[in-house]
Design a protein around this ligand. Structure first.
Ligand code: MG
Length: 295
């Protein structure tokens, strides 16, 4: 038979344990901070092998990753997602309005654990929908890191992942075309030259793989079609077009237009969806300065 412990003893135990938990679980970004989360696929080398994915890039898996990013924006409150290789970066700008809050009050552990589990679940479903032949006993999982920064820091984070996309894409193609041994001690520029020398056109691979894909939540003026209007109770039917948050996926050749590392106004492109102005963003100039100081 279970031993019944008096309620006040159990409560005291709970108070002590919650204090232990709170040291980590209460740590949170400030209300005015920008939050950046980066989800990274775990052991994807093994996953793409058992799922028989095509090399160097698998269209179905690329589509499933973009769909995962889209769902993270739609369901988890991020404004922007950037997906490249086996990772997805998410942007959470400071909440609007006096009473707005970051998801989970900006608590890092809640955000990281929820985003990682949501991404894992979304990718499992997206693989089925997009036709990635994943064996039934295999699950691709993500880890997630979350940090608080400002607009400049977040812009630098996304620009850095764009540059990493190029490195990843070139090395995937080089490994496929040249083999692992021929890549020894070669940088990205040398690999690209070696791929071209082997008569392979790197630029012919899909833009989603070479440049990554942005998914963005943006307010759009919408009008409902008659069928949808008929489903809404009369008292609640909109009579005018209204603003609605839609998710737009920027993939394919259009991706190059939106890349931050080639935009002088990178911050406005990332946060506000501004049209990019060709040029070098401040974060690259700052990085050049830091690199020069290190030499
Ligand atoms: Mg990974």
């Amino acid at each position: 038979m279970a031993t019944l412990i008096p309620r006040h003893v159990k409560d005291a135990l709970g108070t002590a344990v919650k204090a232990l938990e709170a040291v980590e679980s209460d740590r949170a970004a400030g209300r005015g901070d920008v939050i950046v989360a980066r989800l990274d696929g775990r052991a994807f080398h093994t996953f793409v092998h058992v799922a028989h994915c095509a090399k160097p890039f698998d269209d179905a898996l690329t589509a499933a990753m973009i769909e995962t990013a889209r769902q993270l924006v739609e369901e988890q409150g991020a404004r922007v997602a950037y997906v490249q290789s086996d990772e997805i970066s998410l942007l959470f700008p400071p909440p609007a309005g006096e009473r707005g809050e970051h998801p989970f009050g900006g608590r890092y552990q809640k955000l990281a654990s929820t985003l990682a589990s949501a991404a894992t679940a979304y990718l499992s479903l997206a693989c089925r929908v997009c036709g990635v032949p994943v064996p039934s006993h295999v699950v691709a999982t993500f880890d997630c890191r979350v940090f608080a920064t400002d607009r400049a820091g977040a812009t630098a984070a996304f620009a850095w992942r764009e540059l990493d996309c190029v490195t990843n894409a070139v090395s995937s193609v080089a490994r496929h075309v040249l083999g692992h041994a021929a890549m020894h001690k070669k940088g990205t520029a040398a690999l690209l030259a070696a791929v071209a020398a082997a008569d392979v056109d790197f630029s012919a691979y899909p833009a989603a793989n070479r440049s990554g894909t942005y998914v963005r939540r943006c307010a759009t003026l919408c009008a409902l079609d008659d069928e949808t209007v008929a489903d809404i109770p009369v008292a609640h039917r909109p009579t005018e077009p209204f603003m609605r948050n839609l998710v737009v996926t920027r993939a394919g050749e259009g991706a190059a237009r939106g890349l931050l590392h080639r935009a002088a106004n990178a911050e406005a492109v990332l946060f506000d969806g501004a049209a990019p102005v060709e040029g070098s963003p401040p974060c690259l100039a700052a990085a050049e300065g830091a690199a020069a100081a290190d030499i």
